[in-house]
Ligand binder design. Structure first.
Ligand SMILES: [Zn+2]
Length: 356
């Protein structure tokens, strides 16, 4: 698929994009009941030379915003002037959800369970169909940017079909320490892309309705790393190679054994040992206290930020690795590289390019 004929027409929603052009296309969507017109904004950057066509999408879940900022920074990169192939950037897929600060569509459906969608289906199915027709059908590769849910924070991680060699190569190129070999969810964009043999990564980082600087920087860097691996951008001047990422063997949730006020005691990225105390749940008066104990060893890849929990609610998402200690060490280096407050020599990021 990456070998489209040189100079072949590229068209999104009736707008043609010529080699060397950068065009913003408003893909029309069903209007609001207030009569306000709606559109999904897409920026197409087409290089002078043909090459892979990569879509980068954000806010499929309308309250997941880090990806919106990742795409804004990506589009500001001067290196795109020398792009090979085509970048199809969709900073806001679920425009309806973003307006409402909501994960869902106004019909309360989850867009990421509605793919590939249909022209005559539900509201979600129609948006999914528009995305498949205008974006995915024009692409050879994809990256979908997500965050944790409301009040839930995720450690930057890539979820992908690691049993598919081209997808696994992109996952490793992205450059975050933790990879999750994720099964395809029914109705997800990832499943629909896989059905068209389009390698796609899902980047998960940070929390809904918040900007997280480390998650954003790691995301921008990750997309650039993938674009270099695909030959869309010139190779990095980076001296050190990226450390090999670690693939989780499995992951599971530590849940609240009782309802109450939760005091978390381990941060995201922590290496926890079986039997270790992870926090305490007490009643508001402080009369009864229950310790939360790690049922196994691993790395905390997700956690709740809300101290109010009912019995059964998820407190920590823990991934198990062959060598969790080594993962924890790499996570520390990773955090320092992307932390805006950390001392980085000459203001350089991991790829040797100056931070904007
Ligand atoms: Zn999401």
């Amino acid at each position: 698929m990456p070998g489209a004929a040189a100079g072949a027409p590229f068209e999104i929603a009736g707008t043609r994009v010529a080699p060397g052009e950068r065009v913003t296309v408003d893909v029309p969507l069903p209007q609001l009941y207030t009569h306000a017109p709606m559109a999904m904004p897409v920026v197409v950057v087409r290089g002078r030379r043909d090459g892979p066509r990569l879509f980068v999408a954000a806010a499929v879940h309308g309250d997941e915003l880090n990806g919106v900022e990742i795409i804004r920074r990506l589009l500001a990169r001067p290196g795109l002037q020398r792009l090979r192939g085509t970048l199809i950037a969709v900073p806001i897929v679920n425009v309806y959800g973003v307006i409402q600060h909501s994960r869902y569509l106004p019909d309360r459906r989850d867009l990421n369970r509605a793919f590939p969608g249909s022209e005559r289906g539900s509201m979600a199915a129609r948006l999914a169909h528009a995305f498949m027709t205008e974006i995915v059908a024009n692409a050879t590769h994809g990256i979908d940017l997500h965050t944790g849910a409301v009040h839930r924070d995720n450690l930057p991680q890539i979820r992908a079909r690691l049993d598919d060699a081209p997808t696994a190569a992109l996952a490793r190129a992205f450059g975050v320490p933790v990879l999750i070999d994720a099964n395809l969810r029914d109705g997800s964009l990832r499943e629909a892309a896989a059905a068209l043999s389009i390698p796609m990564l899902l980047y998960e980082a940070g929390e809904a309705l918040r900007y997280d600087e480390v998650a954003i920087r790691a995301g921008v860097q990750g997309v650039l790393n993938v674009m270099r691996a695909l030959g869309m951008l010139a190779p990095s001047r980076r001296r050190r190679p990226l450390p090999e990422p670690f693939v989780a063997r499995s992951s599971g949730w530590v849940r609240a054994p009782e309802s109450g006020i939760f005091r978390a005691q381990v941060p995201l990225g922590a290496h926890i040992e079986q039997g270790e105390r992870l926090g305490v749940i007490s009643d508001p008066i402080g009369a009864a206290e229950v310790a939360i104990v790690a049922p196994g060893s691993g790395i905390v890849i997700g956690r709740t930020n809300l101290p109010l929990v009912h019995e059964g609610e998820a407190l920590y998402h823990v991934a198990r690795f062959a060598d969790a200690e080594e993962v924890a060490e790499h996570l520390e280096t990773f955090q320092t590289l992307h932390d805006p407050d950390a001392e980085i020599p000459n203001g350089e990021t991991t790829d040797g390019e100056t931070i904007e």
